[in-house]
Design a protein around this ligand. Structure first.
Ligand code: KIV
Ligand code: ZN
Length: 390
């Protein structure tokens, strides 16, 4: 078994049930949360952030029950930087075999202004709350919210305080999706080089997708030394969402030649959980979404379909089976060619000669010009007409 001490092992921290659910309109029922947590546990997610226990009675119940039921994953709850939140969180994760408290406070100038705390007052609060959390559980994650817009010196100072107070994971949130890959890698690298005690903790990356860079930023952070990626299924999350679990996991798998890191995720379980999260959250996955979109392994154009029928590597960089699909799909449409039509006919049990195919192909194109997609039933109907049927 790989462990967190393995230097190339990247821990996957899934926050679908916390940051994902914070997406307006994505609320899930208690039973739906239990189902998703079970799927996450089963697919090899290292840490499940199951909710924000102080937020509601329902969140508390969900985190408690997930903590009690989960078999392999560490179960984590979120808490603001106050004792009441932290106590409630500790109570919720108590029944987990591996409980974690994740406590956070906004450290950037904009966020410090909200509770109107001076830098020194906030530093003291961080010391007190992390110490308190660590007295309750052995596994404490601390996050300086809006880290990527926090002054460098202050960020180093507060991280050092959190480590000394007992934090075991330091998460660096890009709360508003503001950073870019070069900066993301450099920030983590410099923090690890600079902050005393950094070698004794795991650095995590938590990216939002406001500029469409959440996956790239998370992977860059790993290159910089982060060994925990925070992410959600389908990239569900506040505003433009979070780093998508399926994207970072498959990127590390497919491009292991240049990113030599590994996760513990069973990638064949990706498609099923993606569909379940989409259904229970009500958030439809866009067809061209990387990895889990309906078209991610579909090829309509004649050139692509012909290539795919000869050698799948011509237009696919990963096997659909590796994400839990039964195979590539070659939907028939107006861009399709004869090779795909012949292949479809064979699948439907028809063997026809070149002349019949030529004739059918003309009628197929006429139909395809009128329809977005030509389905199996359409092909059967075309064959029947050609054979003089009804
Ligand atoms: O985006 C963010 O900063 C968060 C924190 C609570 C970690 O979700
Ligand atoms: Zn977030």
């Amino acid at each position: 078994m790989t462990t967190a001490t393995d230097k190339d092992r990247v821990l996957i921290f899934d926050t679908t049930l916390r940051d994902g659910e914070q997406s307006p309109g994505a609320t899930m029922t208690h039973d739906e949360k239990l189902e998703i947590a079970e799927l996450l546990d089963d697919m090899g997610v290292d840490i499940i952030e199951a909710g924000f226990p102080i937020a509601s009675e329902g969140d508390f119940r969900a985190v408690s029950e997930i903590a009690e039921r989960s078999k392999n994953s560490t179960i984590c709850g979120l808490a603001r930087a106050n004792f009441k939140d932290i106590d409630r969180c500790a109570e919720a994760v108590r029944k987990s075999a591996r409980p974690r408290i994740h406590t956070f406070i906004g450290t950037s100038p904009l966020h410090r202004a909200i509770p109107n705390l001076s830098m020194d007052e906030m530093a003291e609060k961080i010391h007190d709350t992390v110490t308190h959390a660590r007295n309750l559980v052995d596994n404490v994650q601390w996050s300086p919210m809006d880290a990527t817009r926090t002054e460098w010196d202050y960020l180093c100072r507060v991280i050092e305080i959190a480590i000394k107070a007992g934090a075991t994971t330091i998460n660096i949130p890009d709360t508003v999706g503001y950073t870019a890959p070069v900066e993301s890698a450099d920030l983590i690298k410099r923090l690890i080089e600079t902050v005393p005690g950094a070698d004794d903790v795991i650095f995590a990356t938590h990216c939002h997708n406001d500029l469409g860079m959440a996956t790239a930023n998370a992977l860059a952070a790993v290159a910089g030394g982060a060994r925990q990626i925070e992410c959600t299924i389908n990239g569900l999350g506040e505003r433009a969402g979070n780093t998508a679990l399926e994207e970072v996991v498959m990127a590390l798998k497919v491009r292991n030649d240049i990113m030599p890191f590994h996760t513990g995720i069973d990638t064949q379980k990706i498609m099923h959980i993606s569909r379940r999260v989409s259904t229970v959250s009500g958030f439809v996955v866009q067809p061209n979404k990387a990895i889990v979109g309906k078209n991610a392994f579909a090829h309509e154009s004649g050139i692509h379909q012909d290539g795919m029928l000869k050698n799948k590597e011509t237009f696919e960089i990963m096997r659909p089976e590796d994400v839990g699909l039964s195979g590539t799909s070659l939907p028939l449409g107006k861009h399709s060619g004869r090779a795909a039509l012949r292949d479809k006919l064979a699948q439907l049990g028809y063997e026809i000669g070149d002349n019949q195919l030529k004739d059918l192909f003309v009628r197929f194109k006429e139909l395809a010009d009128r329809k977005k997609e030509v389905f199996d039933d359409d092909i059967v109907a075309l064959m029947r007409v050609g054979e003089g049927g009804e």
